[in-house]
Design a protein around this ligand. Structure first.
Ligand SMILES: [Zn+2]
Length: 394
């Protein structure tokens, strides 16, 4: 049970905590933040390779902007706002889409500039009921691996295909090769004409099929601004987690007055795709922790290598191994306290550290370490050990 609940795992591994007076707000501790950064670096590199440009938009923006975008009307009760004199109220962003359109709108764009692909790990806040909070799975402050593609209507299919390739690659690398996909259609409360919806639903379905997917259909589940594809992973406990999403938006660009100069020299309104592969980063870490029962893959483990000198006589060699591993970008931890080796090995097991590097008299003399992991043990020169461990990183 303990290993299947990320909140208990987090306590055991000292990953994060939440204060009683701030439900849903996560204090990441050093070990938890190491996981977070490793996952973020991984997804950032994948997105860069797939052609997305990272940006950063402000967290606190004029309420006026949220009124213009329609978020205030639709989502206002879940937004944190700060009253200011003379109607200049501010609000914390619940999502980054309007910020990305402001970047797009900051200069005149031509059809040649499209598609614009903006990615952001932006800190978003949503005021959800405190009773619905659940560790990392449901929180009030979170970041998503969020991206927005602003493009011409005829570019939608290629951009959906680009996203699906990225998503497949990431899920595969994270150990979730199988996923389910569903297409959510027009909801009861919606913006846009019936003709717009007919066109966008057909377009998203054909883009999904062109990308090799056959989505299930969910009537009434779309966003108010357009249809969406949703991707759900299945974990080892057989539970399904909706993580990835791509949404076709026909409303927001026109509300925020986005325009580009077309080939015909006239001004046109672009369409916007909103997407995320993992969704909330914190929630995804919660899913990974439970899926792996706390034994994260080596590249994500907060403590990767336990360094274990057999006695104080090997302290110097152990220090050198620790410094060399840290310098190589690994996450070693020194277990050299006054306890017996046996006791420290038990400690390393309890902390779910995947690799142990034992250094005895013999190893210290020749600059070797005895590496132990689930596949067995082998003595090797320190440099070879570091090279082998670095191979396990993404
Ligand atoms: Zn968005």
């Amino acid at each position: 049970m303990e290993l299947e609940d990320h909140r208990m795992l987090a306590k055991r591994l000292d990953l994060y905590h939440i204060e009683e007076n701030a439900p849903g707000m996560v204090y990441w501790h050093p070990a938890g933040w190491r996981i977070y950064r490793a996952l973020e670096d991984f997804i950032r590199a994948k997105m860069q390779a797939a052609g997305y440009e990272e940006v950063r938009s402000p967290a606190l923006l004029p309420r006026e902007l949220w009124e213009q975008s329609g978020h205030w009307e639709k989502f206002g009760e879940n937004m944190y706002s700060i009253p200011r004199p003379e109607g200049r109220d501010l609000a914390l962003k619940p999502m980054s889409c309007p910020g990305h359109l402001q970047i797009f709108n900051s200069k005149r764009r031509s059809w040649r500039d499209l598609p614009a692909r903006y990615a952001e790990f932006g800190l978003c806040h949503r005021d959800e009921p405190s009773g619905s909070m659940h560790g990392l799975m449901r929180s009030r402050g979170f970041e998503q691996d969020d991206a927005h593609v602003i493009c011409r209507p005829e570019q939608v299919e290629a951009e959906v295909a680009r996203f699906v390739r990225l998503l497949k690659e990431v899920y595969e690398a994270l150990g979730f090769p199988d996923f389910e996909v569903a297409l959510s259609l027009r909801p009861e409360k919606r913006a846009g004409s019936e003709a717009d919806w007919d066109a966008s639903e057909a377009q998203l379905l054909s883009a999904a099929r062109a990308a090799g997917l056959e989505p299930g259909i969910l009537p009434g589940e779309g966003a108010f601004y357009g249809p969406k594809l949703e991707f759900a992973l299945r974990d080892l406990q057989g539970r399904s987690w909706q993580c990835g999403t791509i949404q076709l938006d026909m409303v927001l660009p026109s509300r925020l007055e986005a325009r580009y100069v077309g080939e015909d020299s006239a001004l046109h309104v672009p369409v916007m795709l909103h997407h995320a592969v993992l969704g909330s980063m914190g929630r995804f870490i919660g899913i990974m922790l439970e899926h792996h029962r706390g034994r994260l893959p080596f590249w994500l483990a907060p403590e990767q290598v336990a360094i274990l000198p057999i006695s104080d006589a090997q302290a110097e060699a152990a220090e050198a191994a620790y410094a060399a591993m840290r310098g190589a970008g690994l996450r070693p931890v020194m277990l050299n306290g006054g306890e017996s080796l046996q006791r420290r090995l038990v400690d390393a097991h309890e902390r779910l550290i995947p690799v142990h590097a034992v250094i005895g008299k013999r190893e210290a003399e020749v600059g070797h370490v005895m590496l132990q992991d689930s596949s067995g043990k082998r003595a090797m020169p320190l440099e070879d050990a570091i090279r082998a461990l670095k191979e396990l990183l993404h």
